[in-house]
Design a protein around this ligand. Structure first.
Ligand SMILES: *Cc1c(COP(=O)(O)O)cnc(C)c1O
Length: 438
């Protein structure tokens, strides 16, 4: 299958090109030329299937033309070495727990899938090494680094702002060794991102080494996120609870919810979607006014959603405009939005913990509250995506709930490793010299 750019000014790309390039030459985001659909019978049949079987069928719809069946199956199985269960919270509200992977956040799914797909393309071509550059404010770096750990032919450089990443997050990408290098930048997350962007534009560096990006714009990172929407449907359908399904997605760059929208157009029976935001509510403002006005992000306790210019907004617009008609009207009809301040997020966490005994992380709390505020009808089933394990935000969660939550074994193992990072200033010249020496 070919991929086009949302800006329509770049040539079509093969899957391999789209995965290796990440962003199209015209700075647009790649979109698959076709969205293959499932029949209602095929969807219905999923309630009898395992997560691996469902995910493989969805993967085949996207990547089946480009990757041999047995290899694709293996990539799916290796990616999903953990479950994404739907857990009942109360009444008709369910949590889709996406935090059972190695770094305890939903980004593990895309990070691991992309690493394996890229590894496959490199091995097949007998290509020289590929270098993945990723800027992180915390969660992305750990998911990408762990996804790529030990994949032959790939080196990963994680750039992170010194002192601005929590110790729990930092240890998840600084203690790995092997093909993962952590670069500790004396600057902000924006400085890290600027360094990565400048590297992609630099002719000397590109002549010296193959560079690629692993941010959520990459089709191999974002499309696999649709797997667990189908699986959530299957788990609820098996209980007869999926007739009027609503998904509520805590959103930052809007990659996760966009993957759900792809599922919807592949035939997944979803009644509506909700995008939950923290104070960075550019999308909500769009829903209210029809105007998209990106602005600098503000810091919140749900920091993985602190995004002022969601990159996948371009994909949402493109998806809906493909369908014809009134794009803005159709978006508003299928997706609603809510926004929460830090105080509201904390209140929700306390309320749900004391009333129902369910521990929410600050991101999932936005999802839970938006689902509740949207006014679920008794016959509807509401599912919010719990995007991270509360222990990833232990300090915040313990302060709000007055708890001392247990850190899962997986996370503890990272914390026992030895930190290795290479300090750099935010000057591009220094970063370039460092890369040229590799
Ligand atoms: C990345 C992230 C989000 C936001 O996901 P998008 O795909 O960027 O919308 C939400 N919660 C957590 C915990 C995350 O790490």
């Amino acid at each position: 299958m070919n991929y086009y750019s949302t800006n329509k000014q770049a040539p079509l790309a093969s899957l391999k090109e789209a995965v290796i390039k990440g962003l199209a030459g015209d700075k647009g985001l790649y979109m698959p030329e076709q969205i293959n659909t499932f029949t209602p019978e095929e969807i219905e049949g999923m309630k009898e299937m395992s997560f691996h079987e469902i995910a493989y069928r969805v993967a085949r719809a996207f990547f089946g033309e480009d990757v041999e069946p047995d290899i694709l199956k293996k990539i799916v199985e290796d990616t999903l070495s953990f479950d994404t269960p739907v857990v009942h919270v109360h009444d008709n509200i369910y949590s889709l727990e996406l935090f059972h992977g190695p770094t305890l956040a939903f980004k593990d799914v895309g990070g691991r899938f992309m690493a394996r797909l890229l590894g496959y393309f490199i091995e097949k071509e007998g290509k020289e090494e590929v270098n993945v550059l990723v800027a992180t404010s915390g969660d992305t770096g750990s998911a990408v680094a762990n996804g790529f750990l030990g994949v032959p032919g790939i080196n990963v450089y994680v750039l992170y702002p010194t002192g601005k990443v929590s110790p729990i997050q930092e240890c998840q990408f600084t203690t790995l060794g092997q093909n993962i290098t952590a670069l500790e930048i004396d600057g902000t997350f924006d400085d890290c991102q600027a360094l990565v962007k400048a590297a992609f534009m630099d002719a000397d560096l590109n002549a010296h080494m193959n560079l690629t990006s692993a941010n959520s714009i990459n089709v191999a990172r974002f499309l696999p996120q649709s797997f667990y929407y189908f699986y959530a449907y299957a788990q609820l359908a098996a209980q007869g609870k999926a007739d009027e399904l609503i998904f509520c997605v805590p959103s930052g760059n809007f990659g996760n919810i966009t993957a759900g929208l792809f599922g919807y157009w592949m035939g997944l029976p979803v009644k509506r979607f909700i995008a939950a935001n923290n104070r960075n509510d550019i999308f909500l403002e769009y829903l209210q006014t029809g105007q998209y006005n990106p602005r600098p992000s503000v810091a919140t306790i749900a920091n993985a959603m602190d995004v002022g210019d969601p990159s996948n907004f371009a994909r949402i617009l493109d998806l809906f405009s493909q369908k014809g008609g009134d794009t803005y009207g159709n978006i508003k009809e299928l997706i609603s939005g809510y926004r929460y301040t830090d105080e509201q997020i904390a209140d929700t966490m306390r309320y749900v913990y004391t009333t129902y005994g369910y521990l929410l992380d600050p991101h999932g709390a936005c999802g839970y509250q938006a689902l509740t505020d949207s006014g679920l009808a008794p016959e509807e089933t509401g599912v919010f995506l719990e995007t991270a394990h509360p222990a990833k935000f232990k300090d915040t969660v313990d302060t709000i709930l007055d708890t001392d939550i247990t850190i899962p074994e997986k996370l503890r193992a990272f914390m026992q490793g030895t930190k290795q990072s290479f300090p750099l200033s935010k000057e591009f010249g220094e970063f370039k010299t460092y890369l040229l020496s590799r």
